[in-house]
Design a protein around this ligand. Sequence first.
Ligand SMILES: [Zn+2]
Length: 397
Amino acid sequence: MSRYRLHPTPAQQAVLRDHCGHARYVWNLAVEQHSHWHPGRTGAPGYLEQCRQLTQARAAHPWLAAGSHTVQQQALRDFAQAMTAFFDPGNPAGRPSWRKAGRDEGFRIVGRGRQWDVRRVSKHVGQVWVPKAGWVRFRWSRAVPEGAKSYRVTMDRAGRWHIAFAVIPEPIPAPGHGQMVGIDRGVAVSAALSTGEMLHAPALTARERTRLRRLERKLARARRGSERRSRVRLAIAQLRARETDRRTDWAEKTSTGIARRFDVIRVEDLQIGNMTRSAKGTRGDPGRNVRQKAGLNRGILRSGWGLLVRRLEDKAPGRVEKIKPHYTSQRCSACGQVDRDSRESQAVFRCTACGFAGNADVNAAINIAAGHAVTARRGDGAARPVNREPHLLLQSA
Ligand SMILES: [Zn+2]
């Protein structure tokens, strides 16, 4: 996830700490009010009722009234949203839970242009407007996303402040013509569509890769703790961030295009996390072909596949179906025969039965388009405690 390092002045830090405290207080108050409530029982206050109570609480507690109304009201809105997510059967979100001092320090501000704004003051310095704190400096380590509508300020246990800008994508309406598309994640090609299109996620240019390798060699030679070493590390981090930014941008554009063009989008149900972790195997069960698998897994991560699928699910909610990937790469999309020998090479599929030949990834994508949905839900369906805002797409890698 890409956050920006925030550098408030000591006076601003005091204001931000107050904001965190107030947001937590209001959130926990809402948790408390809802803790006695369960489905089928009425009485737990809704958002409007809570707003009225907030007004009363502010009248009763000067310390709360001295704080930002915007911050406190937003904490309530976040809570209401978290409750809605909790009751949504298609969402794996758990019940909103308590926030602890020192651990969950943060607050959110929405309403760009009214409550907040952002500006760049020099190459590496930006400023963000925080209610009651004014313009707070942050390190402009990358461009702030155009569509950012809100941000979240957090303080970690070490007392460091960060800001993350959030882009909440609007669901894109289905075109309504009933067309379905299958997408296969390739390694050489980032994704192949059943329409025959090949999508390539951008990577570093050849020159940038050369520079990265040179920097990595330099880093290996640099003395620990030296000035030179930290300079080289920073340069490496910047190159990697550039690649991530390009890929994020690609995933945004590509997912918007696909969500607009097709009613139903089918993808393989790949547990990317599992795949990338499993290559090494365990001591009792050493992984086979560890080298090849590790290479393949790096390729999957690099292709930005996981990010693309997440964005698709956000933009086309309920229209993304996950298909079990069994035999999709060995099955002939023309005659249906399954034979591993048909996969002539990484790129070429040639059916041993009917002679159909074509791009291997596209052949798989057609099979995926025809496949049976195993789940149309997001995630693993397991409930997790939620003490953050749901549905927020932080600008992430
Ligand atoms: Zn065939």
